[in-house]
Ligand binder design. Structure first.
Ligand code: NI
Ligand code: MN
Length: 226
């Protein structure tokens, strides 16, 4: 699997010959201004919830590609009502096997409304598994005991979690979450985009090392082969 970071909580995972784009928020992100968003042509757009900092570029990238939107019932239907009708609705607890592998939506503790203020359903995390590996993307979430269920069910190769604090877990809770889900390989997202979520990279890495976690705080456009 190959991870490419597009800033904030936006990233691509390439696996089983497919491109999976998560939570695209690129054109509004000053830190990501060098990314050519028109060159991003995923097969799937996976959305953890409806907040603008996770869906801002869905429409543009959808129109530029043949991508199918995978998210909760409410988020997929909201895009469907705007004419973006290649969608696959799911909800927490549900799994579906796609041509790149299986997705299970899991609980996240956060909020979810669409950019126009309409109801966005519940926020979710996702576990994706296929012959190349298994990973957990937490989405925007607090630490929650539900994460122990992920550790019980899956043998994760890595996890992608928010570490920016204020709106989501900070690094301390993300490191606790690693224990709960059973991974020592963490890619941090949802940091530094705004003042509220600016983090100290050095102290975050020191804390991770002390917790026995290999934490990557990616640079924009950094690629990581996992
Ligand atoms: Ni959010
Ligand atoms: Mn967010």
């Amino acid at each position: 699997m190959k991870f490419t970071f597009f800033g904030h909580a936006s990233f691509m995972i390439e696996t089983m010959g497919k491109k999976l784009l998560f939570d695209p928020f690129i054109t509004p992100n000053e830190l990501a201004k060098d990314i050519d968003v028109n060159a991003i042509q995923p097969d799937y757009i996976l959305l953890s919830h409806g907040h603008g900092d996770h869906v801002a570029d869905v429409e543009l990238i959808y129109q530029n590609s043949q991508a199918t939107i995978v998210s909760t019932y409410e988020v997929v239907n909201w895009f469907g009502s705007k004419g973006l009708d290649r969608g696959h609705p799911m909800n927490p607890g549900g799994s579906w096997t796609f041509d790149f592998g299986k997705i299970k939506l899991v609980s996240a503790v956060h909020s979810s409304s669409m950019p126009d203020g309409s109801y966005g359903g519940n926020p979710v995390g996702m576990v994706i598994s296929n012959d190349e590996g298994t990973f957990y993307y937490a989405g925007d979430t607090a630490l929650t005991k539900d994460m122990e269920l992920i550790g019980e069910e899956f043998d994760l190769n890595f996890a992608i979690m928010p570490i920016g604090d204020n709106f989501t877990m900070g690094v301390d809770d993300a490191l606790r979450a690693c224990k709960m889900v059973g991974t020592t390989k963490l890619i941090g997202v949802h940091f530094d985009t705004f003042g509220y979520i600016a983090i100290d990279h050095d102290s975050s890495k020191t804390k991770a090392t002390a917790a026995g976690v290999d934490l990557v705080i990616p640079e924009i456009e950094q690629e990581i082969v996992l």
